[in-house]
Design a protein around this ligand. Structure first.
Ligand code: ADP
Length: 468
């Protein structure tokens, strides 16, 4: 369990702020190092210029130890530029020849690296920390004449100003980056909140929808975006739920109604029998008709159970079922009823086919179809049952030459408790559950049950089942 459940809004804001902060940090680090590089580059450029001026001035004065000479000349030449710089002139061995007075403290040191570079006529830039102050940048420039190093010009410049600039820049970044992140967090929270508000509205509406009031729908905003599509999906689901609830209510009402008829008959018979003393024969006849009603009730209860078992796509036993013997058995069972009603019954074209499922349930489904075919075929008609294969499916067709079904009723008859008027006139009409049960069983086996019929000519009910 998550002890601190974060809302999507918080999570979006955190992510947004985190990513923006990372970007700000990277950009700031890049900007800082670019600035640092360019400041140092400027310092180096200035040192090179100064070194050249110092060198030229020292040539002019041609002095070896005349201290004020080059400096005065330099002041003239460079003007205010010179104030933050200092220099010294050395002989090739590194001995001091002249130096500026501006330099506080001792002499500039000549590092072994600078000495080695100078020997090869190469200039050296170094950053050193002076004994008396901040870091300084020093250029050691060898002066070569006739292929020989004749003099070393060392020019230094304090990095104080540059460092102050850089540290001020860091301070500014230190304020601006957190400020930017804070503004991003506030903006992110606002945007996320706005984007998620419809979700809140949706969940509030959804909470108000209960089993009692499934007619409510989640309002669409008409933007056609993801949230509208989600609302549409939820509304479609609600419509299906509403249908299913209505179906369940209808089913319960119909079932109660169906149960009431035999119970009323039963009660009426018993009440009449009890009203006065009867002869044993009379009691017997009441008991017999009572037994008939009880049998009807038992049958109805069994049908209801079966329907409820198969309408929730069940765990039917998964066994291999050979269809040929199953069809033959069902046909035998139907033969008795057919003979009684003067209807011819026969099988045509039986091909071997096997499916996986519940043999008892499949037999029941087929029996219901054969039963109906016989029941709704007038005497002298015929019923044919065939078994074949087609495109990976087993096909069982029950064809009759009976009263048929009007096209408008073709789908309706598969609903529980639906009986057509034509059938009601007949004597053996059931509770109207036979076809619902048959279809539930076939659907639970991954198959399909369809009907084709012409009123007055006959009907064909076809079961399709996936082959094993
Ligand atoms: P019932 O118990 O009334 O037979 P079913 O669910 O088996 O209930 O059938 C529903 C209705 O479909 C029947 O009442 C009848 O009107 C119609 N029906 C079913 N089979 C046939 C058929 N072979 N020919 C004509 N009508 C049929």
């Amino acid at each position: 369990m998550n002890r601190w459940p974060l809302t999507i809004r918080t999570r979006l804001t955190l992510w947004y702020t985190g990513v923006l902060l990372a970007i700000l940090l990277v950009v700031s680090a890049l900007a800082y190092s670019l600035l640092r590089w360019s400041v140092l580059h400027d310092v180096d450029q200035a040192l090179v210029t100064t070194a050249q001026v110092v060198h030229e001035a020292s040539e002019e004065v041609a002095a070896t130890t005349v201290i004020p000479g080059p400096e005065a000349a330099l002041r003239e030449l460079l003007g205010p530029e010179f104030y933050d710089k200092f220099f010294q002139l050395l002989d090739p061995e590194g001995r001091l020849r002249a130096r500026s007075r501006l330099r506080r403290g001792g002499t500039l040191s000549l590092s072994p690296e600078a000495r080695a570079n100078a020997r090869h006529g190469r200039p050296t830039f170094e950053t050193v920390t002076l004994a008396d102050g901040p870091a300084a940048r020093i250029l050691t420039l060898p002066v070569v004449r006739g292929g020989r190093v004749v003099q070393l010009v060392q020019v230094g410049m304090s990095l104080e100003t540059a460092q102050r600039t850089l540290s001020r820049y860091l301070t500014i970044l230190g304020v601006l980056v957190p400020l930017g992140a804070a503004l991003a967090a506030a903006g992110g929270a606002l945007v996320a909140g706005r984007a998620l508000r419809p979700v809140d509205t949706m969940s509030r509406t959804a909470r108000r929808i209960t089993g009692e009031d499934l007619t409510r729908r989640i309002p669409l905003r008409g933007t056609g975006d993801e949230l509208d599509r989600l609302a549409e999906t939820l509304n479609a689901m609600l419509a299906r739920l509403e249908d299913a609830f209505a179906g369940v209510r209808r089913f319960a009402a119909d079932a109660a109604h169906e149960l009431r008829t035999p119970l009323t008959a039963l009660r009426g018979g018993v009440e009449v029998a009890l009203r006065s003393a009867r002869s044993p024969e009379e009691y017997r006849s009441v008991l017999e008709s009572s037994l008939e009603e009880v049998e009807r009730l038992t049958h109805l209860a069994e049908d209801l159970l079966l329907l409820s078992r198969f309408s929730v796509t069940v765990s039917a036993p998964r066994q291999r079922v050979e269809l040929e013997p199953l069809v033959v058995e069902a046909l035998d069972a139907g033969t008795q009823l057919a003979h009684r009603r003067g209807v011819a019954i026969a099988s045509t074209a039986l091909a071997p086919a096997a499916v996986v499922g519940d043999a008892g349930a499949l037999r029941r489904a087929l029996l219901n179809l054969i039963d109906n075919a016989v029941k709704y075929t007038p005497a002298g008609g015929k019923v044919e049952v065939s078994l074949g294969r087609e495109a990976g499916r087993a096909v069982i067709a029950v064809r009759d030459s009976g009263i048929g079904i009007a096209p408008a009723d073709a789908e309706r008859i598969f609903q529980p408790f639906v009986r057509l008027d034509a059938a009601r006139e007949g004597t053996e009409s059931g509770a109207g559950l036979g076809l619902s049960i048959a279809r539930s069983i076939v659907l639970a086996h991954g198959g399909d049950l369809t009907v084709e019929s012409t009123p007055g000519t006959g009907s064909t009910f076809t079961i399709y089942l996936p082959l094993a």
